[in-house]
Design a binder for this molecule. Sequence first.
Ligand SMILES: O=c1ccn([C@@H]2O[C@H](COP(=O)(O)OP(=O)(O)O[C@H]3O[C@H](CO)[C@@H](O)[C@H](O)[C@H]3O)[C@@H](O)[C@H]2O)c(=O)[nH]1
Ligand SMILES: O=C(O)[C@H](O)COP(=O)(O)O
Length: 264
Amino acid sequence: MRQVRTSQRVAVVVPAKDEAERIASTVRAARAIPHVDLVLVVDDGSEDDTQHAARNAGAVVVRHSVNRGKASAMETGASVVAMRDAEDAPNRLLLFLDADLGDSAVGCAPLVTPVLEGHVDCTIAVLPPQAGAGGRGVVTGLARRSIARATGWQPAQPLSGQRCLTREAFEAATPLARGWGVETGMTIDLLVAGMALQEVPCDLRHRATSNDLAGQLHRAGQYRDVAMAVNARRMRGVRLSPDTYAASADQQQPGQPYSAYPRG
Ligand SMILES: O=c1ccn([C@@H]2O[C@H](COP(=O)(O)OP(=O)(O)O[C@H]3O[C@H](CO)[C@@H](O)[C@H](O)[C@H]3O)[C@@H](O)[C@H]2O)c(=O)[nH]1
Ligand SMILES: O=C(O)[C@H](O)COP(=O)(O)O
């Protein structure tokens, strides 16, 4: 496991598209997370006032002049953080947060410690049930089954985008899968690369997707992107054989670190 450096800092990266209503409270809450010294908002071609609201709340803001999708905004954010990492200090950990968490974003603090202390390479938030959520688990099920087939892991919330990871882990997961496939692709890439992941319960609230027409269209886009991320990895052979992960898969426990390779 990697060396522990308690002086290591954390950069929060927030991809944001038309989030003027909630971005200020998300930024303020993110700044209160221990070890965070940089909050970077990537305005992904918003048509509202997201960039100014974020800047006024204390974030560093960069902007895509056209909408490029969440994964692209995450890559832009990580590149800007790298430019701001000091040469004589460890690279910052990256903490990706969605823009719609509002005040509850501070509830992501528990994601930092397991990575900072070197226990795992990436943590992923598990959210409590959300008021107004209308999904039937179709996209979530596709993502979970696909991750399990490639790596043996059965995460509770495979689509969760609140993730803290090392720079090395981020690089192992790039180029990121496009759009809404980013989390599923990242999880597979990290586990195939031999990294350890852990789901961590976090007290968060976000704008849940309802079951109206807009919600169903959103889920159709998510399904398409997850399927594309999975198929691209299958075609490139980015997956492990069941023989490799059998022991880890058998012993996995919810909320505990998971690594697909046997630990010697
Ligand atoms: O073109 C876009 C669209 C969205 N976003 C941002 O991406 C984040 C997530 O978008 P949201 O509309 O909240 O998506 P949800 O369906 O609620 O997202 C769930 O599912 C996604 C995967 O499908 C994950 O990325 C999210 O973390 C998870 O909360 C937000 O900060 C958005 O502002 C962009 O940056 N660019
Ligand atoms: O509402 C959600 O959690 C996402 O849009 C995914 O939907 P589903 O997994 O319920 O299909």
